[in-house]
Write a protein that binds this ligand. Sequence first.
Ligand SMILES: [Zn+2]
Ligand SMILES: [Zn+2]
Length: 349
Amino acid sequence: MKLSSLCPGCGSPTVEGLCKRCRLESTTLLSCPPRVEVISCPVCGAQRLQGRWQPADRPVEVLVSEAAERSVEIYRDLANPQVTLTVSKRGATRYIAEVELIGEFEGMPAEDRCTIAVDLRYETCDRCSKMAGRYYEAVVQLRARGRSLSPQEIEECEKIVLSQAEKSLEKGDRLAFVREMKPVRGGVDIVVGSTQMGRLIARSILDRFGGRMRESYKQVGAKNGKELYRTNILVRFPRLRDGDVVVVARGTVLEVRGYGGKRTLCLSLMDGGRVFLSEEEADAARLLGNRSDSQKTVVVAMDEAVLEILDPLSYKTISVTRPGHLEVGPGDEVEVIGSGDDLVLLAPL
Ligand SMILES: [Zn+2]
Ligand SMILES: [Zn+2]
C-alpha cells in the first residue's frame, strides 16, 4: 500500500482523505427512532400496521420486538450485519427494546447500539367493534327442496362454514366472522359478518351437495351517507340426497350417488347403469329409503334371473330380481333396505 498522505482526522498515515477508523467514526451504523408505538386489539390481539388491522396470533412481547426491529435502519454497506434485540417491560404499556448491531465496516469489526421505547396502545379493532355491535352483512339460508335438511347435512355444513370463516380471515377479510348458526324450520340460517364470505360458504356447500343458489338484498338503512345493505343467500339443496333409493318412471329403482350441476346422479340398482334425473324427475320420484338405514342379510340361493335372500325383518326367504351387474353367490352378505314387497337390494359402494 502506498501511503501518500496523513488523515486529517487523526493524523495517522492513510491513502487519501479520512482513514478507515475516522470514516467508521463519522458513519451512522444504526439509526433508531426514540419511540415507536404498537397498536393492538385488547379483544382478539390483532395489530394495526400502516393503518390496517391484521390478525396477530403472537404474544405482545413479540409484537413489540417486531415493531422495534422494523423501526431500525442499518448502514447499507455494513457487511454481515447481525442485530440482537432485548425487550424488557417497564410499565403496563411501556417496553424498552435494546438493539445491538455488529458487522464489518470495510473489513474492520464494528458495532453499535441503541435503545427504543415501545409504547403499547390498546384499541378495539374494526372486526371486534363490529362483532360487539351485532353487525352483519349477510344471511346464508340453507334449505332443501321439498324436505328438511338432515342432521348429517347440517353437521357437514357447519364444518364447511367454520373452515371457510378461518380461510377468509386468513386471507384478510376482516368481517369473516360467523355471528350465528340458527336452526330454523327445515334448515339453518347462517348469519355472517361479510357478504363475500357468505358467497364463498354458499359456493362450497353447493359444490358439496348440489342444488341452487339465489341471492337477494335489501337496504336496511344508511350510515355516514352510505346505504347499508343486507344480503340474503339462499342455498336450496336438491330434493334427493346421497344414498336415497327411489323408484322412477317404469318402476326403475335407483340409488342417488351425487349430482351433476342441477341434475341428480343415480346408479340403477337394476343394471348398474348411470342415470341423471332432472329436477322435475327427482321431484316425482318415489322415495323408498336411504342407504344409511340399510340392513345386512344373506343370499340363500340364486339362478339366472332371481336371487333368494333372507328378509331381515321376517327372516323368511324372499325372491328378488337378480341385478345383472351384481356379482354375488349363495352365502354372500348383501345390503338391503325395506322389507317384504318393498325390499331393495343395494349395490356395493
Ligand atoms: Zn483518521
Ligand atoms: Zn379485535
